[in-house]
Write a protein that binds this ligand. Structure first.
Ligand SMILES: C[S@@+](CC[C@H](N)C(=O)[O-])C[C@H]1O[C@@H](n2cnc3c(N)ncnc32)[C@H](O)[C@@H]1O
Length: 200
């Protein structure tokens, strides 16, 4: 992602006290509750990757359940804030990186990517990010995906949302284990979460 409109939009959001109201909004708290429940489908989490941490609202909930956790975000300010918030944990590695370029020799038994992929500029970029994440997922590992729905993302000016990416994840040979619909009172509060397993 370059210094384009999306990046500037993200930087403006990250300047808020509670970016995207991830702490204060009951819909977001319920969404995080469901994301955590799906993440804990595994008996134990050895090595997890969270993509797009914002100010660390979900990181804080996930961290106590992981032996090791890597957190990436394209914004240095997001990594700075989340790292400060979760500083009581020593098992988290913080990396400023775009999901499209992030690379490591490690594999993860859990990857979480929620409300992130629609910031990419095109469907092709989303497909590339999915290839990258799928490559880093261990056989038998789980990927928890979340997104506002296609119609909402189109309204926000993004290329695609939940339904399109869930189709791509199914085409990437992952097995869909569970899908959850989270809905609040506002029209924007409408998202899908889906948990996928990589075949062994
Ligand atoms: C709406 S917040 C989502 C926070 C959290 N994942 C959740 O579901 O509550 C989006 C986050 O994704 C990050 N992000 C957006 N595009 C990204 C990219 N290409 N690579 C990595 N992080 C990205 C943003 O900087 C921001 O912190």
């Amino acid at each position: 992602m370059g210094l384009d409109n999306n990046y500037q939009l993200l930087e403006r959001e990250m300047a808020a006290d509670d970016p995207w109201q991830l702490d204060g909004n009951p819909f977001e708290r319920e969404r995080h509750h469901q994301m955590l429940r799906l993440s804990l489908s595994r008996e134990s989490i050895t090595n997890a990757l969270e993509v797009g941490c914002a100010a660390g609202a979900f990181t804080e909930k996930l961290a106590p359940h992981c032996q090791r956790l890597t957190v990436i975000d394209v914004l240095p300010r997001a990594i700075g804030r989340a790292c400060q918030r979760a500083k009581r944990w020593r098992h988290i590695e913080w990396i400023v990186s775009d999901v499209q370029q992030f690379s490591t020799v490690e594999v993860f038994d859990l990857i979480i990517a929620a409300e992130v992929l629609y910031y990419l500029d095109s469907i092709e970029q989303m497909r590339g990010a999915i290839r990258n994440l799928t490559r880093m997922l261990a056989p038998g590992g789980y990927l928890v995906f979340g997104s506002a729905r296609d119609t909402t993302c189109h309204r926000w000016g993004h290329a695609a949302g939940a339904e399109t990416v869930i189709t791509m994840l199914n085409e990437a040979s992952l097995i869909e284990v569970e899908r959850v619909h989270c809905q609040g009172e506002l029209s924007n509060e409408d998202c899908l979460l889906a948990c996928f397993r990589k075949p062994i």
